[in-house]
Design a protein around this ligand. Structure first.
Ligand code: FAD
Length: 287
């Protein structure tokens, strides 16, 4: 709600769709990004049509739309991050910590095709270049015993198990002899501390012994880096760069904080740092 050029409240509905209003001397938008709003995603990046999402259903971008209606400017709105390792059916996210801990990625032909530890955008691009835009995380029991997330994925049925490389191949439909060669080479790279194919530097797991597990993955929409333009004090800015009186924003609803490629972990830093600044600034500016 706007009065004399200042934001003075919000109109809302309760769970039974009864309308009500909240008046306030300042409003902080903390409504998150728009990664679950397929229409809005395509509006800003048509290349992402058909992608699944890792986001919760509330990531609709409604805060961005509301603020635009009172003249807010947007920044980096077409910068939408896809995460390389999500479940092809549901968009469920498999942590990249799995690759950090030693998982490798192979394609349908059973071959590695990338340094698994490159940034999200590069690994995603490399997966999308593979047959059917699908890849597979390969791990073994030793890793599952040490990694609670991985143990959970296995328990929840995301992984196919093979006692040996041969059975892993036949269970997953991937050529066993190519898979065996891929794993044999990778074991050698880890032991020699040199990845001769893709220059991966963090080589921890030899993956020499089974049982093995394979998890199919494809990139999914994960984070919307663009959003409302704010200043360092979280004031929402209009298209002329002026502050919109009474309106503040923090978190994924804003843009410009992460540039074109959010680094894992930085969203939590974003919401805590800017959430706190928004609270302090808005409280201090109440007249
Ligand atoms: C699977 C997954 C894993 C992640 N892991 C990490 C990680 O390890 N480290 C990291 O830094 N980041 C991670 N992120 C990103 C991070 O979680 C988000 O960027 C962050 O939670 C955004 O916080 P937020 O408060 O801005 O928005 P949100 O957490 O999305 O909260 C916004 C809330 O506002 C509600 N809302 C929206 N519109 C309205 C409306 N009109 N009226 C009322 N309510 C509304 C939404 O329903 C939601 O509850 C992950 C994201 C996902 C999806």
């Amino acid at each position: 709600m706007e009065k004399d050029g200042a934001i003075v409240g919000v109109k809302a509905t309760d769970k039974n769709m009864n309308p009500f209003t909240v008046t306030a001397k300042s409003i902080i938008l903390a409504t998150g990004g728009f990664g679950a709003n397929a229409e809005m995603v395509i509006e800003y990046n048509e290349n992402l049509e058909g992608f699944s999402t890792t986001n919760h259903a509330g990531a609709t971008g409604s805060g961005i739309v509301m603020a635009e209606e009172v003249g807010a400017d947007l920044v980096d709105i077409d910068q939408i991050q896809i995460h390389p390792t999500t479940d092809p059916e549901t968009g469920y996210l498999f942590t990249e910590g799995l690759r950090g801990d030693g998982a490798i990625l192979i394609n349908k032909e059973g071959k590695r095709f990338t340094n698994e530890l490159l940034t999200r955008d590069v690994v995603s691009k490399n997966i999308l270049a593979q047959t059917d835009k699908v890849a597979y995380l390969v791990v073994n029991q030793e890793m599952a015993d040490e990694n609670a997330s991985l143990a959970g994925y296995i328990e929840d049925g995301y992984a196919t198990k093979g006692e040996t490389i041969e059975s892993l191949g036949s269970e997953s439909g991937i050529d066993s002899s190519t898979l065996a060669t891929t794993l044999k080479n990778y074991t050698k790279y880890v032991k020699n501390k040199k990845d001769e194919e893709f220059d991966r530097v963090h080589l921890t797991q030899t993956l020499e012994e089974g049982p093995y597990y394979i998890i199919p993955v494809t990139p999914g929409i994960h984070h919307t880096m663009g959003g409302l333009k704010i200043d360092t004090q979280t004031h929402v800015l209009d298209k002329k760069g002026n502050t919109i009186k009474g309106l503040y924003a923090a978190g994924e609803v804003t843009g410009g904080v992460h540039g074109g490629n959010r680094i894992g972990g930085n969203a939590v830093a974003d919401i805590i740092v800017f959430g706190r600044i928004a609270g302090e600034t808005s409280a201090s500016e109440i007249e």
